[in-house]
Design a protein around this ligand. Structure first.
Ligand code: C2E
Ligand code: MG
Ligand code: MG
Ligand code: MG
Length: 288
């Protein structure tokens, strides 16, 4: 590595240091190895239906079970995956594992739908709907077992192209959600024009609504907006009983809640144990 000396005599490492690039290459190599040797794992987090307290749906979230660094979370490696041109392969792996698990749950008599996060780079792959369709058929599943979570940035890049892609996926029977809703700069027009099934309200709103009346008002009006467009509303980042109770409340009418208050993302076996041990949950008293 190259180091330069500061006036105080300390060594600092320059940002354009060659060693930085080397380290990155090494990690990209590690990533390829991880894909070859099946080091990626998928955890599942339940989405609780607030009318019934029942879990019908889970979100699949990737982790990297690194041989020396332990369990790594997506925020620490997804950018590298993208830079290394490996996102297509990661998506394929996660879809495969999520659908395998959906088939296992179905065979066990407890059907759960799985939601998989899709990067914009994976969504634009030409044969995506056909490939996903084949993966679903190979496992004897119905396409409605799968939901894809897309982000507003994908919708913003090229709305005409985005609509064409989403329309093909939807025509194949796959359901679609907009993730982290409220954090992008998208207009209301795309909500009207795109074939969507669900909005997932970003956790920044949900986590602040108990203390900030303006956040609460935004949550409430966003839920009303979703319902006026016949979209299911899911609140992310439900971390405590206060947030849960607010969402169950009649004025909110949110459809589902996801967050640490119910369960963190966990391996499938741990989710099974959690579901089996669960007591009846507080649910909405008033039917809409
Ligand atoms: P996301 O899709 O919005 O997923 C929700 C994230 O919020 C997860 O972080 C989850 O663990 C976390 N979370 C859930 N409940 C709570 C809560 O109550 N409080 C707080 N503070 N956080 C909560 P995770 O698993 O680290 O994933 C981060 C992001 O990485 C995801 O955000 C998603 O954008 C991306 N990601 C995860 N798996 C995949 C994947 O397979 N493919 C792609 N392309 N992206 C993925
Ligand atoms: Mg998501
Ligand atoms: Mg999200
Ligand atoms: Mg409902």
């Amino acid at each position: 590595y190259k180091a330069k000396e500061t006036r105080s005599g300390h060594h600092v490492y320059r940002n354009d240091d060659d060693s930085h690039g080397d380290a990155r290459l090494r990690t990209a190599e590690e990533l390829r190895l991880a894909l070859r040797t099946d080091q990626l794992v998928v955890h599942f987090q339940p989405k609780v239906d607030l009318d019934t307290g029942i879990v019908h749906d889970v979100e699949a979230l990737v982790r990297w079970n690194h041989p020396s660094r332990g369990l790594l979370y997506p925020d620490s490696f997804l950018r590298l995956v993208e830079e290394a041109g490996l996102m297509g392969r990661l998506t394929q792996v996660v879809l495969g594992k999520a659908l395998d698990q959906a088939a296992t749950w179905q065979a066990a008599g407890r059907p759960l739908t799985v939601a998989v996060n899709m990067s914009a780079s994976s969504l634009v792959e030409q044969d995506l709907p056909e490939r996903i369709g084949a993966m679903i058929v190979a496992r004897g599943l119905s396409p409605s077992v799968l939901m894809l979570e897309i982000t507003e940035d994908f919708l913003m890049i090229d709305s005409v192209r985005a609509r064409a892609i989403l329309t093909r996926l939807r025509a194949a029977g796959i359901r679609l959600a907009v993730d982290d809703f409220g954090t992008g700069y998208s207009s209301l027009a795309y909500l009207r024009d795109l074939p969507l099934d669900e909005l997932k309200l970003d956790r920044s709103f949900v986590m602040t609504m108990a203390d900030d009346p303006r956040a609460a008002a935004l949550v409430e009006s966003t839920i009303a907006l979703a319902h006026s467009l016949n979209l299911r509303m899911v609140a992310e980042g439900v971390e405590d009983g206060i947030a849960y109770s607010m969402l169950v409340g009649y004025g909110y009418g949110c459809d589902q809640a996801q967050g640490y208050h119910m369960s963190r993302p966990v391996p499938a076996a741990a989710l099974d144990a959690w579901l089996a041990a669960r007591l009846p949950q507080p649910v909405r008293a008033v039917t809409r």
